[in-house]
Design a protein around this ligand. Structure first.
Ligand code: HEC
Length: 132
């Protein structure tokens, strides 16, 4: 005959072990999984932002005094890049914040600014270069 008490006890134990595993995963692993995702890298996150918003001027022969189309230049200027993007000094957009919206506004979105800031804060990691 099946001992109901024993079965219940085993079920309770199993449930406890399961709950403990879930909690352990949550406490120990999940923050790491999250942290890995949050740190932006040059190749994955930053280069596309420069490509779209900066390289039109920051290119060899362009009007800006240095290029932003290679990782070395970008990493060397990470801190300054954060300052000038947070303050909206770059990309230059003379109409300013209070102007009417125009087509093709040259403004950096909040999300892009945050990516640049997080990247610099993490020490401007390069990440993995895409295969050519
Ligand atoms: C329309 C052209 C143009 C675009 C687009 C542009 N820049 Fe610039 N940038 C310049 C010029 C010109 C200078 C030099 C004059 C100056 O500092 O104002 C400059 C200077 C800078 C400096 C040095 C500023 C200082 O005072 O130390 C940084 C850093 C910079 N740009 C970053 C960026 C980033 C990042 C982007 C894209 C998000 C960007 N720029 C987009 C034209 C541009």
């Amino acid at each position: 005959m099946v001992d109901l008490n024993k079965t219940l006890l085993t079920a309770t134990k199993l449930l406890l072990i399961f709950a403990l595993s879930v909690t352990l995963f949550g406490v120990l692993l999940y923050p790491r999984v999250l942290a890995q995702k949050i740190v932006p890298t040059y190749y994955t996150d930053v280069q596309p932002i420069f490509e779209k918003n900066c390289v039109s001027c920051h290119v060899k022969g362009g009007i800006a005094p240095f290029v932003l189309d290679n990782p070395k230049e970008a990493v060397a200027r990470a801190e300054r890049i954060v300052q000038v993007t947070q303050s909206d000094y770059m990309p230059p957009y003379p109409p300013g914040k209070d102007s009417q919206p125009f087509l093709n506004e040259r403004r950096l979105g909040v999300a892009s600014k945050q990516i640049l800031a997080d990247w610099a804060k993490a020490g401007a990691p390069l990440g993995t270069a895409p295969k050519k």
